[in-house]
Design a protein around this ligand. Structure first.
Ligand code: GLC
Length: 635
């Protein structure tokens, strides 16, 4: 059952699709104090768990840290961080009684979940206008289902979006993309998509293509499509301020960019230098920005990734001036410890600063809104601009679209990726832990940069990460400019990569069916073991295995120099090791087992009485034979 409580006059985030009549605040089940800030407090039993918060660091059980809802351009996904790119304000408190809590509020929230006091939860909402929802139910999964119905059906991408995808910040010219395609083909490595990072644009201007690099872009995109490769360009939130660039000129003439307090266009810097920030919160501006994607869909493009939409600000023009002034004060002076810190803060503090987020404005439904008060829906509304347009232009379930920044509600039109991780072993596990948490909040189409975005990848890291990626709806290998090349064909044992990627294609019919069912039935594709085996003390604490669909459990190897791992089976299961066309099966009883897993194998566990269907390996989804499936069952 859902209960809604409205405080003040909330900004319309459009997170929720059902209309629920508000109740008096006196019925709210937790202690709540109102004022400039709204504070919700409650005490947990030491055995209670807290789930949710979507894209965040740390465990599946969120106890023991302080998190923030504040969409952040945060590249270091270390456990001391409080916020990443998404703001997903839903938790489930799970004990004798279970309750979901959704705070529909688009600015900052601090979630102190047993950080200040070992059993105390203190949620500080930095404002006084919001909708609060509580969701009751018998089980965590039931609560998620009810909540997901409240926020509406999740985005379903086309089948080809489940194919393997290769990306790299640095593929610039046509030949780079052709070489990626051919190198995969030559070595029997499947591939469905190649990503175009900012390098394809003319001077980092959205919706442009550099002519010198792509003399006939449409012919190039068509040729790729004829070979079953989709090109997926990036679009950034900021629009380069340049006279003569039609997107800027038009947005400027129509007053569609965010303004400062005096109504002048707010100026800040991102990749292209000074940009205007489109006011995605203004319906007309949003539609206008969405229609710009036509420049690329007209050239045969049917997939996009939206980036830098927290929005990420390198600096604002004002902020840069202030930093300059501080540095000027230090000129020719001796720099001691304090002035050194001052100098460092002056420079480092210009990026993504709260001063800047507090100094520009939106026009939303006839109301002037300070960005800081609506920060967390900015990226979500950018992606909404794209997804609304793409659905109109190409049709439902025809386009691939995902975003870096997100807020609940954006899950109806798009997916997300987990941003700039590192080529670290610990990030395989972080990737796994985020999956059920984002599923709770509606985001089903999701995945991390496989192999890691920052720093250098190794062959074993990529193989182990791909063996998890085989199960994530978005399966994309992406890396940053200047890092070690990490396409599957760059490493010594190409056959091993071919073996692992073949498994993905074998599983696509099962994965896509499961995905669609979860979207239609508001279900989670990935669940913590605790949700399925609530009476099992061991299962409740497992944080490195997940239930997948109704049939399976996954348990990837995530440590270096390991030939396998320990796995806890909450019931008898069939261990299936998949590699290329090979399948090795072994029945295992309930309990702890050490399983050997070679670098070219993908382990999967099938529950008793369940079966899954596998296809024959294929080199892309267009060649996948979905009519001739072969069943693996455990009866
Ligand atoms: C951001 C994105 C990353 C991309 C880079 C260049 O860091 O998160 O994926 O490669 O920008 O566009």
């Amino acid at each position: 059952m859902i209960k809604k409580f409205t405080l003040g006059n909330p900004i319309k985030t459009e997170a929720v699709v059902e209309s629920v009549a508000p109740r008096p605040l006196s019925d709210f089940p937790f202690m709540i104090t109102t004022g400039d800030k709204t504070v919700i407090t409650f005490t947990l039993e030491s055995s209670d768990a807290v789930y949710g918060l979507g894209e965040a660091v740390r465990g599946i059980n969120k106890r023991g840290w302080i998190y923030e809802s504040w969409c952040s351009d945060e590249t270091n996904h270390t456990e001391d961080k409080r916020a990443l790119y998404g703001a997903h304000n839903f938790i489930i408190i799970s004990g004798e009684e279970k309750l979901g809590l959704f705070i529909d509020f688009p600015s900052k929230i601090e979630w102190d979940i047993c950080y200040s006091g070992v059993n105390e939860v203190k949620i500080t909402v930095f404002g006084s206008d919001m909708d609060l929802y509580t969701v009751s139910g018998e089980s965590e999964r039931g609560i998620v289902r009810r909540f997901r119905k409240l926020i509406g059906k999740s985005y379903i991408p086309p089948l080809w979006a489940f194919g393997y995808q290769q990306s790299c910040w640095g593929y610039a010219k046509q030949e780079d993309f052709i070489s990626v395609r051919d190198n995969h083909r030559k070595r029997n490595l499947p591939l469905d998509c190649i990503y175009m990072d900012i390098d394809y644009m003319d001077s980092f201007k959205d919706f442009t293509v550099k002519k010198e690099l792509f003399p006939d872009f449409k012919a190039f995109a068509d040729d790729m499509r004829s070979q079953n490769i989709h090109l997926i360009p990036i679009i950034d939130a900021g629009v380069k301020k340049e006279e003569g660039y039609s997107v800027y000129d038009e947005g400027h003439a129509k007053g569609y960019f965010c303004t400062d307090k005096d109504g002048n266009e707010f100026e800040c810097g991102v990749w292209p230098g000074i940009v205007g920030l489109p006011d995605f919160l203004n319906r007309d501006a949003r539609e206008w920005f969405g229609s710009q994607y036509k420049a690329l869909t007209d050239m045969g493009i049917d997939g996009f990734w939206n980036d830098m939409n927290e929005p990420a600000l390198f600096y604002s023009v004002d902020g840069l001036k202030k930093a300059d002034k501080k540095l000027e004060e230090l000129r020719d002076k001796q720099v001691d410890i304090w002035s050194f810190f001052k100098m460092k803060d002056a420079v480092l503090g210009i990026q993504n600063s709260m001063d800047d987020y507090s100094s520009f404005y939106h026009y939303m439904d006839g109301r002037k809104v300070c960005h800081k008060d609506a920060h967390n829906i900015y990226g979500a509304f950018m992606t909404r601009a794209a997804s609304d347009f793409l659905e109109k232009e190409l049709g439902k379930e025809k386009a691939l679209i995902f975003s870096r920044a997100s807020y609940i509600g954006a899950h109806r039109g798009s997916g997300i990726w987990f941003g700039d991780n590192f080529s670290w072993w610990s990030h395989i596990l972080l990737n796994l832990k985020m999956l059920p948490s984002v599923n709770m909040c509606g985001f089903l189409y999701c995945g991390a940069d496989l192999g890691g975005f920052n720093s250098n990848c190794t062959e074993d890291l990529l193989l182990r990460w791909l063996a998890l990626g085989v199960f994530t709806p978005l399966m994309r290998n992406h890396r940053a400019l200047g890092t070690r090349a990490q396409e599957a064909y760059q490493f010594e044992h190409t056959q091993w990569f071919s073996d692992v990627l073949a498994v993905r294609y074998r599983l696509i019919p099962y994965m896509y069916d499961t995905f669609r069912r979860c979207a239609e039935e508001y279900d989670m594709m990935f669940r913590p073991l605790a949700f399925d085996y609530p009476e099992d003390d061991m299962a409740r604490e497992v944080e490195d295995q997940l239930m997948l669909g109704e049939e399976c459990m996954i348990a990837p190897v995530y440590e270096q120099n390991r030939n396998g791992r320990y796995v806890y089976l909450p019931e008898d299961m069939l261990l299936v090791k998949l590699s290329g066309e090979n399948i090795v099966k072994e029945q295992l009883g309930r309990g702890v087992h050490y399983i050997d897993v070679r670098l070219n194998e993908v382990p999967l566990f099938i529950k008793k009485g369940k079966k899954i269907s596998l296809a024959k390996p294929a080199l892309n989804t267009a060649e996948l034979d979905a009519d001739n499936l072969f069943e693996v069952d455990f009866t």
